[in-house]
Write a protein of this length. Structure first.
Lengths: 105, 289
């Protein structure tokens, strides 16, 4: 019974594929293009959320994998996280990865 | 047996309990009654002093505060009660108010046994703090009734007994600004705090010991920066944070955006102690087709 229920609930969270090291650095004013890749074991679409990202961190679309980072020296270093989300509403599954944003002097 | 198994199957294993981080970031819609923030004035509370309790309560429909209650405070010695668990013991609960903001006079604990006071550490000396000897800690619970649900919020009160040194001022609402600019189906949001006076009269540099974070709640839509954003201090001394709200297709009518500044600072008189404060603003965007 438990195995059936787990399947019905869709049970496995998404996983980050690349990059695996979420330490980012850049010089003030530098514009850095980033792309993230994740996969969901159940085949659901994956959304990428960045709470507490530094100013200048802009996703091409909400929850999308593409980011343009315009490095702002006044706002670094910053510690945030990447939340991967798959599924919908109450059935959503998440995975959290810590992220660090540094300034190249 | 079967319902229990169903619950077990849909509940994450303990290793996957990541809700505190997730809920602050992604659970940002006012889809139920929520006590989104509670603040106390003064931000450091004193035995025998007045405390003003206020809260930001949001709900999809009409909402009313049902009760403001405390729990676990004693007058015969120090209390150290953290969090909401105390409220499951009715004998320990005491009423404070039935509306907000509420003014409450804390009991004078200076004559109670067990307190030895909070002397300020000598200049250059390592911090000295024995919380149980100079503080009573207890929670305040705010309960609000929505149309068909209940909202709850808890904040810990730290009553200093025999404190030496000043106390910080609260954040002033007029220091806080929330600006919104509508660009198509997106609302660009900017939240700023411009201090109009030092937080402590006798402390000029709190920068290294001060941090701010921002939380956001909206009636509907998607927040590009999630419900939790970082707060930055500009070279002009203004603290600011930004977000963008994507309005859902077909939405019509008022759409509320609430922004909350949470402030944490190390007490300059007692370097091991942290005090907190909160300020908020709520804006309404009228969405028409």
């Amino acid at each position: 019974v438990i195995a059936l229920v787990l399947m019905a609930c869709g049970g496995r969270p998404p996983e980050l594929v690349a990059p695996l090291d979420l330490t980012f650095s850049g010089a003030s004013g530098e514009v850095i293009e980033l792309r993230f890749d994740a996969e969901d074991p159940d085949g659901d679409a994956v959304l990428f959320w960045w709470p507490e990202a530094p100013p200048g961190w802009a996703q091409a679309s909400p929850g999308g994998p593409d980011v343009t980072w315009t490095v702002d020296a006044a706002a670094l270093p910053t510690f945030g996280e990447l939340i991967l989300e798959s599924g919908d509403g109450d059935a959503a599954l998440h995975a959290v990865y810590p992220a660090t944003f540094l300034l190249n002097e | 047996l079967i319902p229990w198994l169903l619950l077990l199957g849909c509940t994450p294993a303990p290793d996957d309990w990541i809700e505190p981080s997730i809920s602050a970031a992604l659970d940002y819609r006012v889809d139920r009654t929520r006590v989104a923030a509670i603040r106390l004035d003064p931000p450091i509370q004193q035995s025998g002093g007045e405390v003003v309790v206020d809260a930001l309560v949001l709900s999809p429909g009409p909402v009313a505060v049902r009760a403001v209650e405390g729990c676990g405070l004693r007058t015969d010695g120090p209390a150290r009660v953290i969090g909401a668990a105390c409220f499951s013991t009715p004998d320990l609960v005491f009423p404070i108010a039935t509306r907000l903001p509420a003014t409450w006079r804390a009991p004078d604990l200076s004559a109670a046994p067990g307190f030895v006071g909070c002397p300020r550490p000598p200049e250059g000396e390592p911090p000295w703090l024995e919380p149980n000897a100079c503080q009573s800690v207890f929670p305040i619970l705010v309960t609000a009734d929505g149309d068909d649900d209940l909202g709850l919020g808890v904040v810990d009160v730290r009553l200093d007994v025999g404190r030496e040194g000043g106390v910080p001022r609260p954040l002033h609402d007029q220091e806080i600004a929330l600006e919104a600019e509508v660009l198509g189906d997106t609302v660009e949001l900017r939240f700023t705090w411009t201090p109009d006076a030092p937080l402590f009269d006798d402390v000029t540099d709190l920068d290294t010991n001060l941090s701010l974070s921002a939380r956001w709640l909206v009636d509907d839509g998607v927040l590009a920066g999630t419900g939790r954003t970082t707060v930055t201090r500009g070279s002009d001394g203004v603290w600011w944070t930004e977000n963008a709200l994507h309005i859902p297709d077909g939405y019509e009518g008022p759409l509320r955006v609430a922004a909350i500044f949470d402030l944490y600072a190390e007490d300059p008189n007692f370097p091991a102690a942290v005090w907190s404060d909160a300020a908020w603003r709520v804006a309404t965007v009228e969405v028409s087709p």
